[in-house]
Design a protein around this ligand. Structure first.
Ligand code: GLA
Length: 396
């Protein structure tokens, strides 16, 4: 692997500064990009994300008492509460939690794990977090925190929980402690990451399978174009899209849009208003594109998936309406300069696009996108390559 991230030392040092003690260990979990399958997870459909080399690190140590303290390099002050108080802090979906949002990811994981194993989760802990996953870029910095903390607690509390259960605890933290109504893709992608593979997930059964991407042997790289347009899923558009999907499923008389296929679209068009129909059409066709991508990767290799990526972007731009001008420009410019495929990735309303590009085209395409952004008067994008990477691990 590459040289260790400075964030490992940063997490260790921070823990020692705050507690005066050495951590028992440092655990980490990755961010992710989604290759394809957007807004399908909460519709119980299919996704194909992969973990990226950028990770979040949690240095942690047990305490003698029953309190939990979290601190982070991106916050001014630690947050400390009694473990027993977590049930009062995170009681309902609707109430705003009485702790700063950044701390709710870590504290929410502790809360969710305590609900699973009350007997084994009585010792207090100190946790210090440092990360090299860009925040607000649509690369699941929050799932990386949840995964790192879940991994630390799983070991220190000797819970022995499997990665899918830890992913579910992370999602519960996100949904109920932070209040972001997201699906389970990000946590699963982080917990189940494997080098040079994407994770094909059935978000209904939570069955998952590693799918080799074959990017490196094919001479391909994945370019991340972080537009620097910040987004948040605890507010606004994300929830509206979820509501539209639920409305569409109800009108079709099915439990979720997972149960509709492309053949049902003419009937859907009759049953609902245009906006709801287009939301439904995105989800239904996107599920099919995920299946087609898995099949195409296996049968023809990664150079053949470009059209599916492009169709996915068009569907998000036109039908689901979650793209922004910066993302569209990133995708168009990458394609015009020879990318095999490109699409926005993650929840949308900002964040990042990915482009699948030949190794030799990385620099010219990054340059072309940077120039196009400058010409359009947009802020400078942050552009880098990522390789599908491993899931959580203990680093120290
Ligand atoms: C965000 C959410 C995920 C998923 C994507 C869209 O990343 O956290 O659960 O819904 O948006 O695919």
């Amino acid at each position: 692997m590459t040289t260790p991230s400075p964030a490992i030392a940063a997490a260790r040092t921070l823990l020692t500064e705050v507690t005066g003690r050495e951590p028992a260990g440092v655990w980490s979990a990755p961010g992710r990009v989604n290759l394809i399958g957007e807004h399908t997870d909460y519709n119980e459909g299919y996704v194909l994300p992969f973990a990226i080399p950028h990770r979040t690190y949690a240095a942690a140590a047990l305490r003698e008492d029953a309190r939990i303290r979290v601190t982070s390099t991106f916050a001014d002050e630690p947050v400390e509460v009694a473990l027993a108080e977590l049930d009062e802090i995170f009681p309902t979906l609707s109430a705003a939690p009485a702790v700063p949002e950044w701390s709710a990811y870590a504290l929410g994981v502790a809360w969710a794990l305590r609900a699973l194993r009350p007997d084994a989760t009585t010792r207090g802990l100190d946790i210090a977090i440092a990360s090299d996953v860009p925040v607000g870029a649509g690369l699941s910095s929050s799932a990386a925190i949840e995964g790192a903390v879940a991994s630390a607690l799983n070991e220190l509390w000797t819970l022995d929980l499997d990665p899918v259960t830890l992913a579910q605890a992370g999602r519960r933290a996100e949904n109920e402690a932070v209040g972001a109504p997201t699906g389970i893709m990000d946590q699963m992608a982080s917990m189940l990451g494997r080098a040079d593979a994407a994770t094909f997930i059935d978000c209904r059964s939570l069955e998952a399978q590693s799918v080799p991407t074959g990017f490196t042997p094919a001479g391909l790289e994945v370019l991340v174009i972080d537009t620097q347009v910040k987004h948040s899923h605890s507010t606004g558009g994300y929830r509206e899209r979820r509501d539209a999907c639920e409305r569409g499923a109800a009108l079709l008389g099915i439990p979720s849009l997972r149960d509709a296929s492309v053949d049902d679209l003419p009937r859907a068009a009759e049953l609902m208003d245009d906006v709801t129909f287009r939301r439904v059409r995105h989800v239904v066709t996107e599920n099919q594109r995920v299946l087609d991508t898995v099949h195409t990767l296996a049968e023809q290799g990664p150079r053949a998936i470009g059209d599916l990526l492009v169709a996915s972007h068009a569907s998000m731009r036109d039908d689901f309406e979650i793209s922004v001008d910066e993302l569209d420009l990133a995708v168009e410019t990458a394609l015009a300069n020879g990318a095999v495929g490109a699409r926005m990735t993650g929840g949308g309303f900002g964040g990042a696009a990915i482009a699948l590009v030949a190794h030799d085209a990385v620099t010219p395409i990054a340059y072309a996108v940077t120039r196009a952004f400058a010409d359009a008067g947009y802020g400078e994008p942050h552009i880098f390559t990522v390789r599908p990477s491993d899931g959580p691990r203990r680093d120290a």
